[in-house]
Design a protein around this ligand. Structure first.
Ligand SMILES: Cc1cc2nc3c(=O)[nH]c(=O)nc-3n(C[C@H](O)[C@H](O)[C@H](O)COP(=O)(O)OP(=O)(O)OC[C@H]3O[C@@H](n4cnc5c(N)ncnc54)[C@H](O)[C@@H]3O)c2cc1C
Length: 390
């Protein structure tokens, strides 16, 4: 049965995945979807739409919300077959990885019917309004205020590091709805459109010349009360779960689903008697590949163990911590193999793949900060997984 499924997926991918979607993905070709998306490579849009039509942008979501309704086992096979041909993800972003799963768990039927199909089809791009200038690791101290007004809320305050806010259509946002309650108790999780007069975004220019995130200002922004997810003042519960989805996604996204480091190394160092020419590097690459494999199996086992709930837990902090460290090591190893060819920024002497790898290497440094820093994950593991005292 599973072999038949594998064959079906393999044949479908062979027929439908364009050749340019089987190469490492430059950051500026990330398939975010959304109404403001610009597609540098037209294949990106075509690949997204072809997959969306089959439910392959959201393989495990129910078909009624645009998913393919795959079981965990089928999803594993799907991922393996995608990795086999180095297929790029057809759609990426916070809609699929974060707010979608949170809505599946906490959303009302109306919220699911309204938002999920627009996520899986790539119609709407979401951003995350969590961090504020004085509330990062201590997120529950957030101050952005929401005040009820008829069937809406009026929102005032500021968020920061809002990834993609200048291109996003909607935001999932944490707002304070009770200023008297203890800090974790007065927070509400709410959704609203970014395309309204009360929302202003200011991209933060990085040293790389890119602006992947923004300062986001709310001045009397409006949100419908019906777009509160979970209960008013109990948004912390939804917020924490969403972080678990985010951390699982950041931590378990790499490794087995990426081109093996040894393939890069073979291209740049070459083989002697069928083995990688550089013996010490060979040992390091093998050790890393074994750790990757063990990690992937651990993620899989944990997913299977939590199959009844279909939701992550505090263990996601272990995935986030370990997976992001593994990803950083992965890129350091590629750097060792590719040498100065992985230090190009622009101009001649470097091909597109090499220039992509340089940027991807730098981007890995943020993996252990975004979604909660490594130190914060270690605190959570100590308290919530190991049960150590505060
Ligand atoms: C690439 C990227 C994308 C991001 N995208 C978004 C986004 O879309 N939306 C959003 O809301 N936010 C986003 N963030 C923000 C991110 O969530 C925060 O940067 C992160 O939670 C850390 O908060 P901070 O930057 O305020 O650091 P701080 O909380 O000020 O931490 C500074 C340092 O102190 C350490 N520290 C803090 N508290 C403790 C503690 N209790 N124990 C031990 N060490 C501690 C931290 O580990 C860190 O090293 C993004 C960040 C990055 C890097």
């Amino acid at each position: 049965m599973t072999e038949k499924f594998r064959l079906q997926i393999r044949e479908w991918l062979d027929e439908n995945c364009p050749p340019s979607m089987r190469t490492p993905m430059p950051a500026d070709e990330t398939p975010t979807g959304g109404k403001k998306a610009r597609y540098k490579n037209p294949d990106t849009k075509q690949w997204m739409e072809t997959c969306a039509a089959k439910g392959y942008t959201a393989p495990i979501w129910p078909t009624e919300y645009g998913g393919a309704g795959m079981s965990a086992e089928q999803h594993q096979i799907f991922r393996q077959e995608m990795a086999r041909i180095n297929a790029r993800p057809p759609l990426a972003g916070m809609g699929l990885a974060m707010i979608g799963p949170a809505l599946l768990e906490f959303g009302t039927d109306e919220q699911k019917a309204e938002h999920l199909p627009k996520i899986s089809s790539g119609e709407i791009w979401w951003c995350q309004g969590y961090s504020e200038p004085n509330s990062g690791s201590d997120l529950a101290s957030l101050q952005t205020r929401a005040v009820p007004d008829g069937d809406e809320y009026t929102i005032n305050g500021q968020k920061i590091w809002t990834s993609g806010a200048d291109s996003a259509d909607w935001i999932f946002c944490l707002v304070r709805t009770d200023t008297e309650a203890p800090k974790h108790s007065g927070i509400t999780f709410i959704l609203f459109s970014m395309d309204q007069p009360g929302v202003t975004v200011k991209p933060i220019l990085l040293i790389s010349g890119m602006s992947p995130f923004c300062e986001t200002f709310f001045e009397d922004a409006r949100a419908l009360r019906s777009n509160v997810v979970g209960k008013v003042n109990e948004g912390w519960t939804v917020a924490k779960r969403l972080l678990q989805y985010e951390r699982t996604s950041i931590g378990s996204g790499g490794g087995q689903s990426q081109r093996p480091v040894v393939d890069f190394a073979k291209d740049y160092i070459g083989l002697v008697n069928g083995r990688l020419a550089d013996a010490p590097l060979r040992d390091e690459i093998v050790a890393h590949a074994m750790d990757d494999r063990a990690f992937a199996l651990t993620v899989r086992r944990t997913t299977e163990e939590s199959r009844s709930t279909q939701a992550p837990s505090f263990v996601s902090s272990m995935f986030k911590f370990y997976g992001t460290e593994q990803n950083k090591i992965r890129f350091e190893l590629m750097m060792s193999a590719m040498g100065t060819q992985m230090l190009g920024w622009e101009g001649g002497g470097f091909d597109d793949m090499e220039l992509t790898q340089t940027r991807a290497w730098l981007r890995t440094k943020a993996n252990s900060i975004e979604g909660g820093t490594s130190e914060v994950q270690l605190n959570i593991i100590a308290k919530r997984v190991l049960g150590l005292p505060d």
